[in-house]
Write a protein that binds this ligand. Structure first.
Ligand code: COA
Length: 390
């Protein structure tokens, strides 16, 4: 039985910062951010959008009523969840009106969690071929103003429906994975900003890719030439090629050129959104599928997932007949193109303006946030979510 991605969509908040302007404000050469790091715009979430609403808005765009009845498992991958106890999946399950006879959980392992969610979904579908699993990957990346990681922030969510006989990507059976206790990036529960050793995280990412790729080759007898493209977790869009390039000499020139060309296509949306942590790999997959016009049915796509701390995995899937008809490039272009730019002063002010943590009531104005699902306020420590469609 084929199991894999039947539907996939993303959502990004309606505000963004221009990376050229951020560079100038930080007294940095703009080319460092736009070329050296590879980011053009950085999505910024207003107070009316949190990881729950971003995920719910992403899922809203891909699910129909029949899907909602078939879904019996909602898995929410995030490292910027809103609660240490209650799963964000429960809120999304309610906001979207999903079948009540469902499991709803949250998973965490830095930027790797959505991959674990997909693998768990795959196992669930293998045992229950009629059901569908909603996998959500949603994060708001915050390192702090004027920090080394500031240029690699972002906000957004990817929603995926995992099912039997998927319309887009059938996941292959074998996968290679690795865990090692590394302090390259972490976020203690007492802070909303990540702590990162940027250089170490780059090194570990590159080392993990080399390790899981070696392991994958042993398990499958595959080589780079078997792949049309490889999508990478993209904390910033330059990162994937930094891991790929050192290994390319093991393959022929035609394959090298193809993988590098497709690596460019797989960055398109990420360049305009920034880091969305666990959703970044899947935003990269969407970029490839929706912007590379000559991808063919039957092509093999590799996926490298990395979550600091650290866990890495390399796995693969085969593009299914008619996959292009299941994508939403027009809607996704509209989400990106209709956003509003905020200047650096407004970004800084909004960055420092966070929800109360003392139980006091705050009612939020939706202002120009176009999302159907949003946060209307907080009361008695409870977030007040609204879905305008119901
Ligand atoms: N024009 C073009 N490129 C330029 C440039 C310019 N004027 N100035 C610098 N660069 C390049 C550098 O050569 C470097 O490229 P390279 O990595 O290919 O050598 C790149 O821009 C980044 O420069 P660097 O000095 O390393 O940046 P930094 O010290 O500000 O750190 C990160 C960059 C990504 C490490 C930092 O933003 C960070 O810690 N981010 C969060 C953690 C993260 O994303 N980790 C990734 C793995 S999960």
């Amino acid at each position: 039985m084929k199991i894999g991605i039947d539907k996939i969509g993303f959502y990004a908040p309606h505000l963004y910062v221009d990376m050229n302007k951020l560079a100038i404000a930080r007294d940095v050469e703009p080319a460092k951010f736009t070329i050296g790091i590879g980011q053009e715009e950085m999505a910024f979430a207003p107070m009316t959008q949190d990881t729950v609403t971003l995920a719910a808005n992403a899922a809203l765009n891909i699910l129909d009523e029949a899907d909602k009845q078939k879904i019996d498992f909602v898995i929410f991958g995030t490292e910027t969840g809103i609660d240490s106890s209650k799963a964000s999946a429960v809120y999304v399950h309610d906001l979207l009106g999903i079948n009540p006879d469902a499991r709803s959980i949250e998973m965490k392992q830095a930027c790797y969690a959505a991959t674990a969610a997909i693998q768990m979904a795959k196992g669930h579908i293998a045992l229950n071929p009629e059901s569908k699993v909603l996998v959500l990957a949603s994060d708001i990346a915050r390192y702090g103003l004027r920090t080394g990681g500031e240029a690699t922030q972002g906000a957004g969510a990817v929603a995926m429906l995992i099912s039997a006989d998927p319309k887009i990507l059938a996941l292959e059976e074998k996968s290679a994975y690795h865990t090692s206790d590394v302090m390259d990036f972490w976020r203690p529960t007492y802070t909303d900003k990540a702590i990162v050793d940027g250089k170490l995280s780059n090194e570990q990412y590159i080392e993990f890719f080399a390790k899981v790729w070696e392991q994958y080759k042993v398990k499958t007898d595959a080589s780079f030439s078997d792949f049309e493209a490889i999508c990478f977790h993209l904390p910033y869009t330059k990162m994937g090629q930094k891991a790929l390039k050192p290994l390319l000499p093991e393959t022929d020139e035609v394959t090298q050129n193809r993988l590098l060309e497709n690596n460019e296509a797989s960055k398109t949306y990420n360049k305009r959104i920034g880091n969305i942590y666990t959703g970044s790999l899947y935003l990269s997959l969407l970029s490839l599928l929706e912007t590379k016009e000559d991808l063919e049915e039957g092509a093999r796509i590799g996926l490298f997932s990395y979550g600091s701390g650290a866990v890495g995995e390399f796995f693969s899937g085969i593009l299914q007949p008619g996959f292009k008809g299941a994508l939403q490039p027009t809607r996704h272009k509209e989400i990106l193109d209709s956003r509003k730019e905020i200047d650096v002063a407004e970004y800084e002010e909004r960055f420092n303006n966070t929800l109360p943590t003392d139980g006091s009531t705050l009612e939020l104005e939706k202002e120009d946030d176009p999302s159907s699902i949003y946060l209307a306020g907080i009361k008695d420590h409870m977030r007040q979510y609204v879905n305008d469609n119901r």
